[in-house]
Design a protein around this ligand. Structure first.
Ligand SMILES: Nc1ncnc2c1ncn2[C@@H]1O[C@H](COP(=O)(O)OP(=O)(O)OP(=O)(O)O)[C@@H](O)[C@H]1O
Ligand SMILES: [Mg+2]
Length: 466
């Protein structure tokens, strides 16, 4: 995309000559005659740089500069003035101006200043991307030597360098996100940060604006224009997580991007072109969602350009000891925990367990064991209740007069109130979710929770949502 430059100056001759210089350099230019109009334009389309006159009728340049540097952090602003004194220049620079040029405009100075400004904002973005990458955890490694994981790594290595869109499916906690990141990191787009959107965690009304951006005033509360994730991911990868939770309307728009790489802001008319590779993930069975009329069939087939199905942990139980060792290693080395050991019988029990929450459940479990048994050995009898063989059914004559399911819950449950409450909540949500046939939106409504917070709870309790 050619860089976009906004000129705010009340003198038409100045705007014309600046436009001429900048367009000759290949930039595209938008003009405003006043600070107010300039801010209005900024509200609908964010440029890459601004030329701003200091002396303006109405809101003056310094005031406009204050607002721009507050609301559009990092946007380079070059001040123009005919009455340039050192004092105003210093004031402007202190308020966040990138540079200062004087009238009459020198062609050379304008060009140099514009190039520097754009270079600065590019470097700034790159720097931010680097920082995000450095802070975003350790390098991504998929632990496992089982056949399914070895195959998966090989396929990732093959698909990553291509431009193919990828659809990752698999149960909760099987590693869909880590696989998406690893595809991105091994792709030609790795020098830019992956942009991730969790479609289930965003309230439905906001998904479109989150993905496509919006214009100022597009809806109540849209006080300024905002770029969407598709624009942020231009030249990079967009990770659309929990795509099965997207409304049909949003799906239609996604399909169009897939076909044309073009879209409009919510409330906007301008068509925006981007170059984005999408990796989508879901724990839902999309074929079933199509039958139920919740997912577009054409989108499914377009996304399935490259399907990756992640195996549940129980199908590659051989990797469990390796994963445990890996998580232990991280906890000891990076978080300074005292090492623990697992007795062989304990490991046996762990490899036979079903792990409904897959690798995430295993990881959380290892952390729990560190907290409880730092510096010690975890033997089979020390494992938490979910790993114990199911209790035998009670003898028919056993129930006493006042026994109720609640009493059972209390006598078998944890001694700690917080844990008991969490256990109850998890069981309650699990049962209700079944009752509502896995429909999160309906369940949320029925129990009076926001869809996104219900979703977070289900995830925290490792409750399967498909
Ligand atoms: N093969 C693996 N090696 C090491 N760690 C893994 C592996 N697979 C998953 N993990 C870890 O397990 C946790 C869950 O993985 P991730 O978030 O990628 O799963 P997910 O499939 O996206 O889950 P959900 O469907 O719940 O969003 C993460 O902490 C991740 O680092
Ligand atoms: Mg995930």
């Amino acid at each position: 995309m050619a860089a976009n430059i906004l000129i705010i100056d009340d003198e038409e001759t100045i705007r014309l000559s600046l436009r001429g210089i900048l367009e000759d350099e290949g930039f595209s230019v938008v003009e405003a005659e006043s600070g107010e109009q300039g801010l209005e334009l900024l509200g609908t389309d964010i440029p890459d740089m601004v030329f701003l006159d200091i002396w303006l009728p109405g809101m003056d340049g310094l005031e406009a500069l204050g607002i721009i540097s507050r609301d559009y952090e990092g946007l380079p602003v070059i001040m123009i003035s005919g009455h340039g004194t050192i004092e105003t220049a210093v004031k402007a620079l202190k308020k966040g101006a990138f540079d200062f040029i004087e009238k009459p405009l020198s062609l050379e100075k304008v060009v140099v200043s514009a190039r520097n400004g754009l270079e600065f904002s590019r470097l700034r973005q790159e720097n931010q991307a680097l920082k995000t990458r450095i802070s975003s955890e350790q390098p991504i490694t998929l632990t496992g030597e089982s056949k399914p994981i070895a195959d998966l790594k090989e396929v990732i290595g093959r698909v990553a360098p291509t431009e193919s869109w990828v659809l990752i499916t698999g149960e909760n906690g099987t590693g869909k996100e880590i696989v998406a990141r690893s595809i991105h990191n091994q792709s030609g787009r790795a020098d830019r940060p992956l942009v991730a959107v969790n479609c289930a965690a965003i309230p439905e009304e906001l998904i479109e604006s989150e993905l496509f951006g919006h214009e100022k005033g597009a809806f109540t509360g849209a006080e300024k224009a905002q770029e969407g994730k598709f624009e942020l991911a231009d030249g990079s990868t967009l990770f659309l997580d929990e795509i099965g939770d997207m409304s049909l309307k949003t799906q239609a728009k996604i399909l169009r991007i897939l076909q044309e790489q073009a879209f409009e802001h919510v409330g906007g008319r301008k068509t925006i072109k981007v170059d984005v590779r999408v990796i989508a993930a879901t724990n839902k069975d999309l074929a079933r969602e199509i039958e139920a009329g919740n997912f577009r069939e054409d989108l499914y087939y377009r996304l399935k350009v490259f399907p990756l199905e992640l195996p549940p942990l129980r199908d590659r139980a051989g990797d469990i000891p390796l994963l445990i060792a890996d998580f232990m290693d991280t906890l000891v080395r990076q978080h300074g925990f005292k090492p623990i050991a697992f007795a062989p019988e304990a490991l046996d029990v762990l490899t036979q367990y079903r792990w409904p929450g897959n690798v995430r459940e295993l990881k959380n479990f290892v952390e729990r064991m560190f907290i409880m048994f730092a510096g010690d050995t975890v033997t089979a009898d020390r494992l938490p209740p979910e790993f114990k063989p199911a209790p035998r059914a009670p003898e028919p004559e056993a129930p006493t007069a006042q026994a109720s399911p609640m009493d059972d819950l209390i006598s078998q449950g944890p001694a700690d109130l917080k844990q008991a409450r969490a256990d109850f909540e998890a069981r309650f949500l699990e049962a209700k979710l079944r009752e509502f046939d896995g429909n999160i939106s309906q369940l949320a409504k029925a129990i009076g929770l926001e869809r996104s917070s219900l979703y977070r709870k289900l995830k925290a309790y490792n409750i399967q949502t498909d």
